[in-house]
Design a protein. Structure first.
Length: 432
């Protein structure tokens, strides 16, 4: 963590970080004297190690007498506040940019981590370009600490962490497992994969990192035996208990649901008294069906989850990049062969439905139980270069060399691992 605390000053003059460190140390000592040792909770120690850029005073002030300024800083200690650590309320994490840094290495690869699905194992599947591994997200107003596996394990020690949702949630779950698993000795960990519920057990830490397949969160006729024909899919927008009974008692729960709703303009929905087997469905416009389902989820959370025991997170929609026109590529090649993130600020494509985003925001706002957003949409929107693309499988079979030359075979929904979901988890860990 200390290194990450220093890093954000890398663009300043050499003497600048040293002054900040001295100030931090002086203030720390001063506070120790004032507050005694009771002041040191692990949290406050953590704070002192991550001074964000925005709290540093303009360089011009520092041009004068260093010592005087230092004293002034200590006297004016009010600027040392909670913003020392990444705070999602203070800092809009979506406002920032991807910075290329060749010396950044992912913490794992798709060969070192044994838990990555074929769908996300791009390098193993033949992807040879590697620039997409070296981009780092930098929010404008704060510093996002790098993912620290030891810290992550400490935060989930004695706890159950459960990811509930679709294959993108699985993408995020596998990323989280791979980010931490490599520091745990073989005999202290185990993975139990299931078609619905998968559990990664960390015995030494008395913890687990789990995934529960529920692509709409609510129930549907295509949860377990997936129906290929999207027109035959019917969603029980007001039914959740069948799946949700397996989610109680966890300490940290992370939901998502988006991409499965985007299969058409209207959704066949079973709702209230219409329910008469799967025959009695109604067709709703997608946002209406989505809203009904999300309210069902919100009611379940509010009536079941004890916020004193369980923290609830919601990962916002992961953008799909199937229309290359969105980023000015007229060749209609989806995300095929894209090698760089979109540069245009606030780029927002047609694969992220703003109506859905506003429904999620509105429903959550009315809930009793606090729900923290892992708002990944904007940051991921830039990353047209980081999808599985043609380095994936189709119907359980790896694409052949011949199949790989066709852009229409590219998967522009899921993400390579290591890759963008590692940044989602970096944000998640900072808020945990
Ligand atoms: C310290 O606080 C005083 C009074 O609020 C202010 O005038 C002064 O500019 C501050 N100094 C610094 C370095 O922020
Ligand atoms: C997520 O961030 C985007 C912009 O970065 C914003 O438009 C949207 O409202 C946020 N979503 C939620 C649910 O807060
Ligand atoms: C790039 O990453 C390395 C290794 O983490 C770090 O030391 C360096 O300061 C970074 N450079 C920039 C320009 O961000
Ligand atoms: C492990 O965690 C569970 C709760 O998740 C707790 O009931 C149990 O006492 C813990 N066991 C140890 C050995 O810490
Ligand atoms: C869900 O919970 C029930 C008991 O409450 C259990 O029998 C069942 O195996 C669980 N299902 C999954 C997929 O975990
Ligand atoms: C949570 O804790 C607070 C303060 O300890 C208490 O007032 C409240 O009743 C608790 N809520 C629940 C649902 O247990």
């Amino acid at each position: 963590m200390i290194t990450s605390g220093l890093m954000k000053h890398r663009r300043g003059k050499l003497s600048f970080p040293i002054i900040i460190i001295i100030v931090c140390v002086l203030v720390f000592i001063a506070m120790l004297h004032a507050e005694r040792l009771s002041f040191i909770s692990s949290k406050s120690i953590f704070k002192f190690k991550t001074c964000p850029r925005k709290n540093t005073k303009p360089q011009s002030i520092l041009a004068g007498d260093d010592k005087r300024v230092e004293e002034e800083y200590v006297l004016n200690a009010s600027w040392i506040d909670d913003r020392f650590e990444f705070d999602s309320k203070e800092c809009n994490v979506g406002n920032g940019k991807w910075v290329f840094n060749h010396s950044i290495k992912p913490l794992y690869t798709d060969t070192t981590c044994p838990y990555i699905d074929r769908q996300f194992s791009c390098v193993k599947n033949g992807r040879t370009d590697s620039d997409y591994h070296h981009w780092e997200w930098q929010p404008k107003d704060c510093t996002l600490p790098r993912f620290n596996p030891e810290l992550a394990l400490r935060k989930i020690q004695g706890k159950r962490l459960l990811f509930v949702g679709d294959s993108l949630q699985r993408n995020q779950w596998e990323s989280f497992v791979c980010l931490v698993e490599w520091i745990i000795p073989e005999k202290h960990k185990s993975m139990k994969l299931g078609p619905i519920h998968s559990i990664f057990n960390l015995k030494e830490y008395n913890a687990s990192i789990e995934f529960y397949w529920a692509p709409y969160i609510v129930e549907s006729n295509t949860d377990i035996n997936i129906i290929g024909d999207t027109r035959k899919r019917i969603i029980k927008v007001d039914a959740i208990m069948d799946r949700a009974k397996n989610w109680s008692g966890v300490d940290i729960i992370v939901f998502n649901t988006y991409v499965w709703w985007m299969s058409g303009l209207r959704i066949k929905s079973l709702w209230g008294s219409f329910g008469n087997g799967y025959e009695g469905y109604e067709e709703f416009d997608t946002p209406i069906a989505y809203k009904l389902a999300l309210k069902t989820w919100a009611n379940w959370v509010d009536s079941t989850i004890n916020p004193n025991k369980t923290r609830v997170f919601f990962t916002t929609m992961s953008p799909t990049h199937t229309r290359s026109e969105d980023w000015g590529n007229k060749k209609d090649t989806r995300c095929f062969n894209e090698r760089e993130p979109v540069k245009k600020k606030k780029h927002w494509g047609s694969g992220s439905d703003k109506r859905i985003m506003s429904i999620v925001a509105k429903v959550v706002k009315k809930m009793k139980v606090p729900v923290t957003f892992i708002n990944i949409t904007q940051i991921s929107e830039y990353r047209i270069d980081a999808h599985s693309s043609v380095y994936t499988e189709n119907g359980g079979k790896l694409l052949t060399e011949e199949e790989r030359v066709y852009p229409q075979n590219a998967d522009c929904i899921h993400w390579c691992l290591p890759g963008v979901p590692d940044t989602w988890n970096q944000i998640f860990l900072a808020m945990l």
